[in-house]
Design a protein around this ligand. Structure first.
Ligand SMILES: [Zn+2]
Length: 286
């Protein structure tokens, strides 16, 4: 699932390759991915892409004052093509959700794997019209996000730090993978209550957020859209690596369920050597 670093890199890739080009045509293959109707998506045809930015995990193409906004969700992706087929794609059960043709025959496909279709596309006059953007918390890669911002966010919050980090309305852009990475880098238990993070720990956690995301963005720089996924996977130290050795201490990385997902962590680095109780398992056993 693309998170802040991947979306940032996709934005950078599109800035390089799509700015200045006009949108020739948009083929909507999976109609359910289009969440807005006014202005219609056909309004983009003939207009030029003037900028590409990111809001949290949302990608924003500024098309001459209109905004084509994409949220890739869990299984969505953007595939750039130097030469797109001219014939309209047939709607079907494949992963193709939308195809954006530019005026030089290049363009990109928005695809979504799996049966759960959650990829979302919006055409709006102002990005703030998108509910998920309007409610975003501060972006950790913006200059104004400092240790003080983080301290204020955590203060008095009686929820587990893992949940706080991936709540988009609290901090924008961090999802399941990078929250595991950040907590491992900060040597902090994912179950720790946000309100109990002390001043010194806030500084450590802040550093871990900035370094983890910054490094991931740096590693992805200059990579083509198609290479970003592999880069994300190879750069992760604990996420998705249950059963492997922690690169810091050599302990075995473990996994527990968290909300509707699984999280991975290193007991030696993060929880004083004690494995976390899997709440879902204990509920099932009752
Ligand atoms: Zn470790």
């Amino acid at each position: 699932m693309p998170e802040l670093p991947e979306v940032e890199s996709l934005a950078a890739f599109l800035r390089e390759n799509a700015i200045g080009r006009a949108i020739a045509r948009v083929d909507v293959v999976a109609i359910s991915c289009l969440k807005t109707y006014d202005p219609p998506i056909t309004a983009l045809s003939g207009l030029s892409i003037t900028d590409v930015t990111r809001y949290g995990k949302f990608l924003d193409l500024d098309v001459d004052g209109l905004h084509l906004i994409v949220h890739l969700s869990r299984a969505g992706w953007l595939r750039w093509k130097d030469k797109l087929p001219a014939a309209p794609p047939r709607p079907g059960k494949g992963p193709l959700a939308m195809r954006v043709h530019l005026d030089d025959e290049s363009g990109f496909d928005l695809t979504e794997a799996g049966t759960q279709k959650r990829l979302a596309v919006y055409v709006v006059r102002d990005p703030q019209e998108v509910p998920g953007i309007r409610t975003l918390g501060p972006d950790p890669l913006r200059e104004e996000f400092d240790a003080g911002t983080l301290a204020k966010i955590l203060d008095g919050r009686r929820t587990q730090i893992k949940g706080v980090l991936r709540d988009q309305s609290v901090i924008a852009g961090i999802g399941n993978a990078y929250s595991d990475e950040v907590l491992h880098a900060a040597k902090m238990s994912p179950y720790k209550l946000a309100a109990t993070v002390t001043g010194e720990e806030v500084a450590t956690l802040y550093e871990a957020i900035i370094t983890t995301l910054g490094d991931a963005v740096e590693r992805s720089k200059g990579l083509a859209a198609k290479d970003l996924k592999g880069e994300k996977k190879s750069g992760l130290r604990v996420h998705g690596r249950a059963g492997e050795k922690c690169p810091v201490c050599g302990d075995t990385i473990r996994e527990v369920s968290f909300a509707d997902r699984a999280l991975q962590y290193c007991p030696t680095c993060q929880t004083g050597g004690k494995p976390l109780a899997d709440r879902r398992m204990s509920r099932l056993l009752k």
